[in-house]
Design a protein around this ligand. Sequence first.
Ligand code: HEM
Length: 174
Amino acid sequence: MKGVILDSIRDLVVDKFGEERWKEVLRRADLPVTTVFPVTGNVPDETVLKIIGSICDVFNLTSKEVAEAFGEYWVTVYMPKVYKPYYRGINTARDFLLKMDEIHRKVTENISDAHPPRFDYKWKDRNTLIMKYKSQRGLIDIFIGLINGVGKFYETPLDVNKISDNEVEITFLE
Ligand code: HEM
């Protein structure tokens, strides 16, 4: 996975808990405390999962709780800073989510050797969107955390229900 994911996780831990706790996370993941993840470089998926596991241990959180915290931080803090142009002209949570397939396709064009997830969409009714997550990585909880992050960014109440390992149902509550 691209280093940008771990750079964001690092920022999240440092912002909320400080540099020392981040070092503890790295140590517990058997990595040198001086490790820096280059944003466009590749990091083995196992390392990303190991760091998430280490955060669960250090802060006594479940992987779902870490996925929610990461999703919120990525969409509401980190991305608006690093990839601001992607937000331009998109004013609702619905439109942002509907743009995600195209945005992840573009990421492949802009960052070499990226393998981002892709998405399919199907409206069940006016307020219910079925979103299919297409990735070999199987990170459905992170996918759900990110969708909740989109709801928070646009201050739009929404419910996300997992209907299978690669599909969720999103209900927009307004
Ligand atoms: C402007 C907003 C966003 C940008 C620019 C962006 C970009 C990226 C990038 C660069 C990666 C790493 C890809 C790789 O290493 O091959 C990634 C991973 C991922 N993105 Fe996004 N992302 C955004 C928002 C979202 C949102 C809102 C969702 C969910 C609806 C999402 C779902 C995911 C997931 C689940 C992954 C983990 C990799 C996987 O499952 O295969 N992203 N994204």
